[in-house]
Ligand binder design. Structure first.
Ligand SMILES: Cc1cc2nc3c(=O)[nH]c(=O)nc-3n(C[C@H](O)[C@H](O)[C@H](O)COP(=O)(O)OP(=O)(O)OC[C@H]3O[C@@H](n4cnc5c(N)ncnc54)[C@H](O)[C@@H]3O)c2cc1C
Length: 441
């Protein structure tokens, strides 16, 4: 929709990613207006159709755990859906081992297997003596050492997570780990070192994905019957006392309720000047940026895997996934589609050509690409706020920020609005909860 110079709405929604779209979808007849900076809806759940390829912003797979979202999403996708079984691996010490690293060490050098199994045993005995599980409210490094032992921490947990979050393990907390990090038992670790390689672990052993059109299909499905979405409009200022938002071109929107899904630091920036305590809390919000490199290769059997983790520093990427193994329609016939997730700090200052060359070299070294492979397309997508960092200051900062925002009638939701590590399903649930709260007022 095209906005007038001055608009008034009951609920202003900032951002048309899944959280913003879901808020509008669940508000039903309650009046709203969605303002989105990009020309298309979907946010992080957008897709790009280029030369017969359909690329997402890295991989966007539907791990559904909630009955409501499962019903909603399967209804929105209809028959355009495939069900996949995870086939995830880790490449380290020049060897491939099954995911999760902590449960499958067979195939690694003997000394590494010893380190991992004996370290796990040591942690297990200490925990048994202590008679209580390892506390999640401690540093990530202490939690890893206490849960998995020194070997698994040193060979995977520390290097992988420090690479992904671009932050030292001892300055992060472990309170995000509960749902995301698989916790094998002692017998699993021993079996996985000896040879049993086929037990599923973790939250994402199976997942759904659109058969055609990438994850954009989900965002478009939510947006389909929504009116009042203004794309290509960026919020630059929020006068929170007057409840008025100003957009980049000077248009103004007066609101009663504000639902924010844009990154929390950006919202607070737009709201400044703010009380001193709020400014201080804002400065504690840290995030990691990544570069998503989507790559089309002229060979259909590049890999049979879903994705591979790379904990070692000499690889510029931390994960490589294969979209054509979720659905072959992601690439033209005879091609593979790869997504390569690169921590921004490993490529800063490098040219596009240098980045591609270093990625290609390491993909050949890890036996994913052959030297004869022809790369037909490369897409670079920088993601500024990719991962919220669970630094030690985060919880305290949020406990100052959210009550302040609530007092101003602002609900800040979604992965970056609520400043958390969460998935698409949760973004949709956040939007539903925000809409229901507003509808009751
Ligand atoms: C690399 C990566 C891989 C992921 N993989 C998966 C996966 O496999 N499965 C899964 O379930 N989840 C995955 N996620 C998480 C998933 O993308 C998010 O949980 C979800 O899409 C977040 O939706 P959101 O609406 O909260 O935020 P966003 O999608 O970020 O939406 C916020 C919107 O606000 C807009 N905006 C920003 N600033 C402004 C402004 N000033 N004015 C107006 N609009 C603005 C943005 O353009 C955007 O559209 C992944 C995330 C990343 C980064």
């Amino acid at each position: 929709m095209t906005l007038k110079k001055k608009e008034t709405t009951s609920t202003l929604i900032l951002g048309a990613g899944l959280a913003g779209l879901s808020t509008a979808f669940h508000l039903k007849r309650h009046p709203y207006l969605v303002v989105e900076r990009e020309q298309r809806v979907g946010g992080t759940a957008r897709s790009f159709a280029i030369d017969g390829f359909t690329f997402d912003i890295t991989g966007h797979l539907l791990h559904l755990h909630n009955p409501y979202t499962t019903n909603l999403i399967t209804a929105l996708l209809g028959r355009n859906v495939v069900s996949c079984v995870r086939n995830a691996w880790i490449y380290s010490h020049n060897a491939y081992t099954r995911y999760p690293f902590q449960a499958y060490t067979r195939g690694l050098p003997d000394a590494v297997v010893d380190d991992c199994v004996l370290g796990f045993f040591d942690a297990y005995l200490k925990n048994k003596k202590r008679k209580r599980p390892v506390d999640l409210n401690q540093s990530f490094s202490d939690w890893c050492l206490g849960t998995f032992g020194a070997g698994i921490s040193r060979h995977f947990m520390f290097p992988y997570n420090e690479k992904l979050f671009q932050t030292p393990a001892n300055t992060m907390t472990a309170d995000w780990c509960g749902p995301f990090v698989p916790m094998p038992k002692l017998e699993d670790v021993v079996e996985g070192a000896l040879g049993n390689q086929n037990r599923p672990f973790g939250y994402n052993t199976t997942f759904l994905y659109p058969q055609r059109g990438g994850i954009q299909v989900l965002s478009d499905g939510l947006a389909k019957n929504l009116k009042n979405i203004a794309t290509g409009e960026s919020v630059t200022r929020i006068d929170w006392k007057k409840k008025r938002a100003t957009l980049a071109g000077g248009k103004q929107i007066t609101y009663r309720h504000l639902v924010n899904t844009i990154p929390l630091p950006d919202l607070l920036q737009a709201m400044s000047p703010l009380p001193k305590a709020i400014e201080e809390a804002r400065r504690e919000l840290k995030f990691a940026s990544i570069l998503c490199v989507n790559m089309g290769v002229q060979r259909s059997d590049v890999s049979s895997r879903s994705w591979i983790y790379f904990p070692e520093k000499r690889f510029p990427f931390y994960r490589v996934g294969f979209t054509t193994n979720f659905t072959p329609t992601a690439a033209p016939r005879g091609h593979s589609s790869l997504y390569i997730e690169v921590p921004m700090d490993s490529v800063s200052g490098k040219s596009k050509g240098e980045i591609i060359a270093s990625i290609q070299e390491r993909l050949i070294e890890s036996r994913i690409l052959k030297t004869s492979d022809k790369i037909s397309i490369v897409q670079f997508l920088p993601v500024r706020h990719a991962y919220v960092i669970y630094n030690k200051e985060r919880t305290k900062a949020l406990s100052t920020l959210f009550p302040f925002l609530a007092k101003q009638g602002i609900a800040s939701i979604g992965r970056y609005g609520a400043w958390k590590y969460s998935f698409m399903e949760e973004a949709i649930l956040d939007g539903k909860a925000a809409a229901e709260k507003i509808a009751k007022q």
